[in-house]
Design a protein around this ligand. Structure first.
Ligand code: 5AD
Ligand code: SF4
Length: 467
């Protein structure tokens, strides 16, 4: 029997790339590959790339430089190392990647991962293989299901892609070009995936999509189901303790999603809802299709449905034409909303997007200064949010052994890491933890007595802290 070949995947960027990397591992397992954490000993290295901001794209080429050296070293030891570039840079740049980095054998876009074995075989026959089409068939039909062992090895929290692509065309964003038009998977396929994950020990499911709340997959009744209805269906699957979804667009929050937050204890009260800017003028230039007022109204609807709900967001500073006044409006919005966490980025022009041609650019110095001010405000809100948990009891879903021996670590409803001294036998359970202190972003506490009414191994009771 041939020994298994070794595969190393390095993923950059969003949660969907993490999910896609697992699908690639499952696909290549079918042709005899096993994963290795060490790129140098791999027979196949895949860089699963991100194109969202300039910095993310640049990383690919510096990594390819390193891999060229590793490949030469492998060749000296009589071993072939193949190199593939997957993900959004592959989609956006296609054969340009091979021109810039001839060390690359395979370039494969996100819609073609089910063709990987075939592309690799082509490269092994001595050629280069490039596939960045949007094939007519649906890759999900062809991507193999993970084996039970693989699911168990990946832990108690899993992503499930429910939709891909985006039709919003924000003027700064490459996603509609790299991931294509918005497509939703059918309800029954998602139910099958979630059941299989739950049967193999997964307790927390995060539904992912570039614009997840635009979900409109075909339901078993032949109608298009919105995300809220899908969440209701998934909450009925035994042993699913927690449900989350990401990333949402404020324009696509419809009634069923708000109702899901009101009605489903398993649906975590933490929503990532990017706004990008607090200025209507900039939102309009970004083609966001919502105003600041619309965004605040959506937040109010969520809060009305579930009082303990908290939010995170994304912000871009220095979008072309952003004045100090526009930026102040962003700070004012952040102050008004009060976030549990948020990500902020300096605008970077992406080739092919409308904003890349806008002339009124903001200087790097202004961008740096605005980013620092925004991040300081966000950090202070996040610290206040975390500090408010001290002395309270919160539900934690335990995920794994911590680095410190004897400790295990899990997450609260708001994704805060929480550490306690306890047996690894509790991994996979949701248990109340009394929070004693805070170490940077981690909560430290001890197991609290479980009230008799909740003394089931899996509890989906709402947490006891508010936003
Ligand atoms: N420049 C800076 N940030 C960007 N994002 C998307 N495109 C760009 C860009 N061109 C940010 C947005 C988005 C997040 C995933 O990345 O805030 O929500
Ligand atoms: Fe990009 Fe999100 Fe806008 Fe779609 S909604 S274009 S993914 S920023």
């Amino acid at each position: 029997m041939k020994p298994p070949r070794k595969l190393h995947i390095k993923s950059y960027g969003c949660q969907m790339n993490v999910y896609d990397a697992q699908r690639m591992v499952d696909t290549l397992a079918g042709v005899g590959f096993v994963e290795t954490a060490n790129a140098d000993e791999a027979d196949l290295v895949i860089l699963n790339t991100c194109h969202i901001r300039e910095k993310a794209s640049e990383k690919v080429y510096s990594e390819l430089g390193r891999l060229r050296v590793a490949r030469e070293e492998a060749a000296r030891n009589g071993r072939d190392m193949r190199i593939a570039v997957a993900g959004c840079v592959a989609q956006a740049e296609g054969d340009e990647i091979i021109r810039r980095a001839p060390v690359v054998d395979v370039v494969v876009g996100p819609q073609s991962y089910h063709h990987l074995p075939e592309l690799l075989a082509r490269a092994e026959r001595g050629g280069k293989a490039i596939e960045t089409e949007f094939p007519a068939e649906d890759k999900f039909t062809f991507l193999p299901q993970p084996k039970s062992d693989a699911i168990r090895g990946r832990g108690i929290s899993a992503f499930v892609t429910v939709q891909e692509g985006c039709d919003k065309f924000c003027t700064f964003c490459v996603v509609p070009y790299t991931r294509g038009a918005e497509v939703s998977r059918p309800v029954e396929k998602i139910v099958e995936d979630v059941k299989r994950l739950a049967e193999n020990g997964v307790r927390e499911i995060t539904l992912i999509g570039q614009n997840v709340n635009a979900y409109h997959g075909a339901g078993p009744d032949g109608r298009a189901w919105p995300l809220g209805k899908l969440l209701h269906r998934l909450a009925a699957i035994p042993d699913v303790a927690r449900l989350r979804y990401s990333t949402s667009h404020p324009r696509d929050v419809e009634g069923s999603l708000i109702e899901a937050h009101r009605d489903l204890p398993a649906l975590m009260p933490f929503v990532h809802l990017p706004v990008q800017s607090g200025s209507d003028r900039i939102l309009s230039a970004m083609n966001r299709k919502h105003t600041v007022r619309d965004y605040r109204d959506v937040i109010d609807r969520f809060r009305h449905a579930r009082q303990d709900i908290a939010f995170s967001s994304d912000f871009i500073v220095g979008f072309p034409g952003e004045t100090e006044q526009d930026f102040s409006a962003t700070l004012a919005l952040v102050t008004q909303i009060g976030y549990a966490a948020a990500y902020s980025f300096k605008y970077s022009p992406r080739p092919g997007t409308p904003a890349a041609d806008m002339r009124e650019t903001v200087t790097t110095a202004d961008m740096d200064e605005r980013l620092a001010r925004l991040q300081e405000l966000i950090d202070s809100q996040q610290s206040a949010f975390n500090k408010a948990t001290i002395g309270t009891t919160v539900d934690v879903l335990f995920e794994r052994a911590a680095r410190n021996s004897g400790q295990i670590v899990g997450r609260t409803a708001y994704l805060q890491p929480a550490h306690v001294m306890a047996s690894t036998g509790l991994i996979g359970q949701v248990l109340p933890v009394r929070i004693d202190s805070l170490e940077r972003y981690s909560l430290i506490g001890e197991l609290a007595p479980v009230p008799p009414s909740q003394s089931r191994p899996i509890s989906s009771s709402p947490p006891t802290i508010g936003a």
